[in-house]
Design a protein around this ligand. Structure first.
Ligand code: URP
Ligand code: ZN
Ligand code: ZN
Length: 479
């Protein structure tokens, strides 16, 4: 199957160009720029002899006039079917990857979760059993290491050989995922020796648990307490500590879901000093705030995630971090729990509300909103949502770029379309939208996953099992 995408503006991390894209099977076969000057003069796509040569050979021509043609989004942080707090996140790999495709994300990297007392390799098998044959778009795994011992440290190399070379650890959630500083140091040393990367959930969970106990003892049980008992200082402190441990261990470090000014300052300082420290933030920290957690009644439970949503002034600093590259990736931390029967588990005790916010479908749109409002440039939009995650997680140039030889993961995006985000129209398997009623300029029109049109003109044409497991190379910023 040959598809010609003609008349569009190709947007990459390094610029924009009027260009036509030829897809042959699963790959991008060719890219040809059109005459920019003639196009600007006439306002019409310029005729191009290469295109006319290709057109007869194409089985299908997609007219992308007036649209952006982007490399498919890569969401480096999702949780499908994740066990948490006695329940499971509500999207399966099937429903979650389908929703991703609707929103222009063609690759997810999900987290396999080691339960205490189990091995990393059996965990990986378990996650393959959940995902293999079920995904609508391509997927990879990170590994959550919650039981550091000789066996799991040795198994890290076997995970790397299996294409899983990023290991998430937690300074939060004592008794569940929490690792001591000593355990973190050991895992970082092991990762550093093997060229792998440790991803850190940086919140001081020991101190937080004391604040949570104090709040509950004082009868403060509402969802907003989730935010008030996890102050930004304790994210900043944990981030600094993780950075110090990584320095001593001679290991690179990737801070996940960074939400606070304090944490960003620590990352910026380490990067200025030349340390290999990277960080991501998430759309919820750019658009939502502690005020959402404080919504009346139990409504705030919809917004419980960790780290918590912060007071509004943090948002501008995070946008700034995206411009300066101290934040180099935006992932969703998509972790949906239904309001009706899952968030409900924490009514009367905020500490029992399952942590997580749905968002895999909306990342590209929400970040495009940052282009519309002038927070980031068009190229930066593509860089933080696709190209940098591809490089960070060893997928480039197979993913994250539109160039011959790359996978034909392509999004045709209408920058002028208007949409309103709502539970009534989203495709995630969750009974609320954290962005209910939000007006967005821009919308995905067509999504190709490895050359297959999976979304087009408001219809889904994909299938579970089209998505393939991605055996990832090492982080390309470290080579
Ligand atoms: O609240 C969150 N972030 N839930 C998912 C688990 C995690 O820590 O990423
Ligand atoms: Zn986390
Ligand atoms: Zn997460």
């Amino acid at each position: 199957m040959r598809i010609l995408i003609s008349g569009g503006t190709v947007v990459t991390a390094s610029g924009t160009m009027p260009a036509d894209v030829l897809v042959d099977g699963e790959k991008i076969a060719a890219l040809t720029t059109r005459d920019n000057f003639a196009e600007r003069r006439s306002g019409q796509p310029a005729a191009n002899e290469h295109v006319s040569a290709w057109a007869p050979a194409a089985d299908r021509i997609i007219d992308a006039t007036g649209k952006y043609v982007l490399p498919g989004g890569i969401d480096g942080h999702t949780h499908m079917e994740m066990p948490f707090g006695g329940t499971f996140s509500a999207d399966t790999f099937e429903t979650g990857t389908r929703a991703a495709a609707w929103g222009g994300t063609t690759t997810i990297i999900d987290f396999a979760v080691q339960a205490k007392g189990t091995s990393l390799l059996s965990t990986l098998d378990k996650w393959h059993a959940k995902a293999d044959g079920n995904c609508a778009v391509d997927y990879g795994f990170h590994m959550i290491v919650s039981d550091v011992n000789d066996t799991s440290l040795k198994e890290m190399d076997a995970c790397i050989a299996a294409g899983v070379n990023s290991f998430k650890m937690f300074m939060a959630y004592p008794g569940v995922f929490y690792a001591t500083d000593g355990e973190i140091l050991l895992a970082m040393q092991q990762a550093g020796r093997s060229g792998a990367i440790v991803m850190m959930h940086a919140e001081n969970g020991i101190a937080i648990d004391q604040l949570v106990a104090q709040a509950l003892a004082a009868g403060k049980t509402d969802p907003v307490q989730h935010g008030l008992t996890r102050p930004p200082e304790l994210e900043g402190e944990a981030t600094s500590r993780a950075i110090t441990l990584a320095k001593v261990a001679r290991s690179p470090l990737y801070i996940v879901h960074l939400s606070a000014i304090h944490a960003l300052a620590a990352v910026a300082q380490a990067r200025d000093a030349g340390q290999n420290v990277f960080a991501e933030t998430c759309p919820q920290y750019l658009y939502l705030s502690l005020e959402d957690l404080a919504r009346p009644g139990f409504e705030g439970a919809k917004y419980v995630a960790s780290p918590p949503l912060r007071p509004p002034p943090h948002q501008q600093t995070l946008w700034q971090g995206l411009r300066t590259n101290d934040l180099s990736v935006v992932s969703t931390d998509h972790c949906p729990f239904c309001f009706a029967d899952q968030k409900e588990l924490g009514r009367g005790d905020f500490s029992k509300i399952p942590n997580g916010i749905p968002g895999v479908e909306h990342r590209m749109d929400l970040l495009h909103q940052g282009v519309v409002t002038g927070e980031i440039s068009l190229s930066r939009w593509v860089e933080i949502s696709s190209t940098t995650p591809a490089r960070m997680f060893g997928l480039y140039p197979r993913k994250g770029v539109i160039q011959p030889g790359s996978d034909a993961d392509i999004v045709i995006y209408n920058p002028l379309a208007k949409q309103i985000l709502s539970v009534a129209t989203h495709h995630m398997n969750v009974d609320y939208s954290a962005y209910e009623g939000m007006q967005i300029t821009g919308k995905v029109e067509t999504t190709l996953s490895r050359g297959r049109v999976v979304i087009d003109a408001g219809e889904y044409h994909g299938s579970a099992g089209h998505g393939q497991f991605l055996q990832r190379d090492l982080c390309q910023y470290l080579q």
